[in-house]
Design a binder for this molecule. Structure first.
Ligand code: KG4
Ligand code: ZN
Length: 338
């Protein structure tokens, strides 16, 4: 019998639904919330309200587009965390009610595990073991992936996530939210060695990104004192130098992890894997080191329900279901609740 799963993602500011049929993702409907732009960051209360508005149309669209009827669904998967509590509750309560009404299993998915399992949506797929660098607005983790359900966080940020560093520095430069993609675009025109920012390196495989944000803040203050047009005049060079420093910090630990665990299959996941500098650098490093690098298609890098669908499908195969009590604060293997 065909296994059809409906998946829902609502951990931050995207409301998304997807249908997967026997492991094949049929669609990936995403409603992005633009309401946060004018605040320069995600406002949790507004995010929950927007999820409430979007969830029914998004699920309806995913089901009708897929041609899979409610009666032929085998299970409902949802993001249990980590993420914004109110946002998670909207998706979780919806999924729970849906599964309860249809009398089918409910499958909880860890958002960070799903970012990694997004690599199994399309070819080429990594084989086990591989190392995944998960880089998003909320997380920066190095994960040793031994099997679909066997993942170990071997390094992570001790303060800001790298996406957060991109966004906060972009904000200092007056760029719109979220600043990561804007900074990336401007960096392409600049000289990455124009300015030197400190490369912070923590013990072992851990990261720290709060120092560079402060360093850029003081750097701008000083330069603007002498020249009020400094940012405007040197925007591309500043962006390129910041991006170069952030990528260097990621690469140092990625190389270290690859050596420590003798793993040459390297995957990246999460919103920051859309960064063109990171993608290009990985391609260069792959040549030098003999790494095989895996980067999912852009729509599967940023937050999306297709990755929840893939994770849900895998958990369905293993028969890992949850009861119909949904609490987003429940403990998880990977990540912290926001
Ligand atoms: O995974 P994601 O969509 O949501 C979270 O779970 O956080 O990641 C969003 C993050 C934001 O910080 C955004 O600025 C960053 O990914 N991002 C980028 C790029 N595209 C998205 N950062 C740098 N360069 C990009 N091209
Ligand atoms: Zn994410």
């Amino acid at each position: 019998m065909t296994v059809n799963i409906l998946a829902i993602e609502s951990s931050c500011d995207e409301t998304s639904a997807s249908v997967i049929s026997d492991g094949k993702v049929l669609n990936n409907i995403i409603a992005t919330q633009s309401v946060h732009e004018k605040y320069g960051g995600v406002v949790p209360e507004l995010a929950s309200r927007a999820h409430q508005q979007h969830i029914i149309p998004v699920v309806h669209e995913a089901l009708s587009q897929s041609g899979v009827s409610k009666a032929s669904l085998s299970g409902v998967a949802f993001t249990r965390g980590p993420g914004l509590m109110g946002s998670l509750l909207v998706g979780g309560s919806f999924a729970k009610s849906f599964a309860f009404a249809l009398g089918i299993p409910l499958i909880e998915v860890n958002h960070m595990e799903a970012h990694i399992l997004a690599h199994f949506i399309e070819d080429p797929k990594p084989t086990f073991p591989f190392i995944c660098l998960t880089v998003s607005g909320g997380h920066t983790q190095l994960v040793l992936v031994r099997d679909y359900m066997e993942m170990e966080v071997v390094g992570e940020t001790l303060d800001d996530a790298v996406g957060e560093a991109f966004d906060k520095i972009a904000k200092l430069l007056g760029l719109p939210y979220p600043g990561g993609p804007h900074l990336d675009k401007l960096a392409a025109e600049g000289n990455p060695r124009a300015f030197a920012f400190p490369v912070t390196s923590m013990k072992g495989l851990d990261f720290s990104f709060s120092g560079i944000k402060t360093a850029v803040m003081y750097f701008l203050k000083e330069r603007l004192r002498d020249d009020p047009d400094f940012v405007k005049a040197r925007m591309a060079d500043i962006c390129a130098s910041v991006q170069f420093t952030l990528i260097s910090m990621l690469l140092i630990k990625l190389k270290k992890a690859s050596t420590m665990y003798r793993v040459k299959q390297i995957a990246i996941a999460g919103g920051v894997s859309a960064n063109s500098g990171l993608r290009n650098t990985l391609a260069e490093v792959a040549e030098e080191t003999g790494w095989q690098v895996f980067i999912p298609r852009m729509e599967y890098c940023t937050d999306n329900a297709a990755m929840i669908a893939m994770a849900g499908y895998i958990k369905y195969q293993y028969g890992i279901f949850c009861d119909l009590e949904v609490s987003p604060s429940a403990k998880m293997k990977i990540g912290k609740n926001g």
